[in-house]
Design a protein around this ligand. Structure first.
Ligand code: SF4
Length: 368
């Protein structure tokens, strides 16, 4: 079963849809929206389409009808995360320090670790989540815009609202992510706008960030981050290697998965865990020395973001449909690896020059 409540235990969940309508109607404000991978396979059923159907193009079109100025895909941010996290992982493997490396994309997991395992904070990746990386890029891109720019993130998740409000992601009083709208709230807005979602023609996201990789899209399901990172660090860039990686045990909706790979002549051990209860049990085993890993992916929601608390609730087969929808998006993508995304390479050669640490990394330990 998917999570029915916010895994952070958040008591108040902010609904900013009324404020967002105001921002959209303000001609002096440029509203820029990013859409998380899991949203595209979680929204369709409530709007008259199939469960798990990838409706990204329709979401883009609907947001434009609603008056949003520019629409992007958070998968672009995920591609940045893959490169940064893979780099950090390879560095730690070589130095042998602060292993295992725990992923940091899921804010509910990061908060859980801060509250319950402060001793693990130095093992958590310094990478910002894809939402925050992309928001930092967008704010930098429009730094000199003559209009006020607000960045909106459509997320499968209520924990992302808390993440957006963290002091680490506020600079000079301005948040990198101004508003987080959950999938359910976007459904409400589409209905309020009177848009017949099932009949709208799909549209492409905007340039200059209009290209994403399949690796970025599969972040929305448990194991996706790991698979994307393995694609990045693997020396064999052939098509058969891609298929082989998919069958290493990274896929599937089980709460705990294990895999290993050969990297620079050594065996690298990996765990993938979803659901905080499963994470707590695995942490106990790691701390007792019963299990040893080099890399651990943690997602607070069982199954990953496809089952986030901001998505329409599903149980049983539905989550498999959502998972299949993301893997199909990956299959249909002509770019499979994050490092092959030309947008990402252009960012490193331009906007991010000298700013990688400032815009893409975070030190959670100061709050620890
Ligand atoms: Fe949010 Fe995804 Fe974490 Fe669930 S697994 S809390 S949806 S980031």
């Amino acid at each position: 079963q998917c999570a029915a409540v916010c895994p952070t235990g958040a008591i108040v969940v902010r609904n900013d849809t009324a404020k967002l309508w105001q921002e959209i109607s303000d001609k002096d404000t440029k509203v820029v929206v990013q859409i998380a991978p899991a949203v595209r396979v979680g929204i369709g059923k409530e709007l008259g389409l199939g469960e798990g159907e990838n409706v990204m193009g329709r979401i883009v079109a609907a947001l434009r009808r609603m008056g949003v100025d520019e629409v992007f895909d958070t998968s672009t941010g995920a591609d940045l995360t893959v490169l940064e996290e893979a780099g950090e992982f390879m560095f730690r493997l070589e130095s042998g320090e602060k292993l295992p490396l725990f992923t940091s994309c899921c804010p509910a997991w990061v908060r859980y670790a801060e509250l319950n395992h402060p001793e693990l904070m130095e093992n958590i990746s310094t990478c910002r989540s894809p939402m925050q990386m992309f928001a930092a890029v967008l704010k930098e891109q429009y730094r000199h815009s003559h209009r006020r720019v607000v960045v909106v993130a459509v997320m499968p998740c209520t924990a992302k609202k808390q993440e957006a409000a963290r002091e680490e992601f506020i600079e000079d009083g301005v948040r990198y992510v101004d508003y987080v709208i959950s999938t359910q709230e976007l459904i409400q807005m589409i209905k309020e706008a009177g848009i017949v979602f099932a009949e709208i023609e799909p549209e492409a996201v905007d340039m200059p960030f209009g290209t994403t990789s399949g690796a970025g899209v599969i972040f929305g399901v448990t194991g996706g981050v790991t698979e994307a990172v393995i694609r990045r660090i693997s020396d064999d860039k052939s098509v058969s290697s891609l298929r082989a990686i998919a069958f290493t045990g990274v896929r599937g909706l089980e709460g705990v998965k294990e895999t290993s790979l050969d990297f620079a002549g050594r065996e690298v051990k990996i765990a993938i865990v979803s659901g905080l209860k499963n994470a707590a049990q695995l942490l106990k085993k790691i701390q007792k020395g019963e299990k040893q890993y080099d890399f651990v992916e943690v997602m607070a929601c069982p199954g990953g973001c496809i089952c986030g608390a901001g998505q329409p609730f599903i149980g049983g087969e539905g989550k498999w449909n959502r998972s299949a929808g993301l893997y199909e998006a990956d299959r249909m993508s002509n770019i499979k690896r994050s490092e092959e995304n030309p947008v990402i390479m252009a960012l490193y050669g331009g906007l991010l020059k000298g700013k990688v640490h400032k815009l893409l990394h975070v030190d959670y330990r100061r709050k620890g």
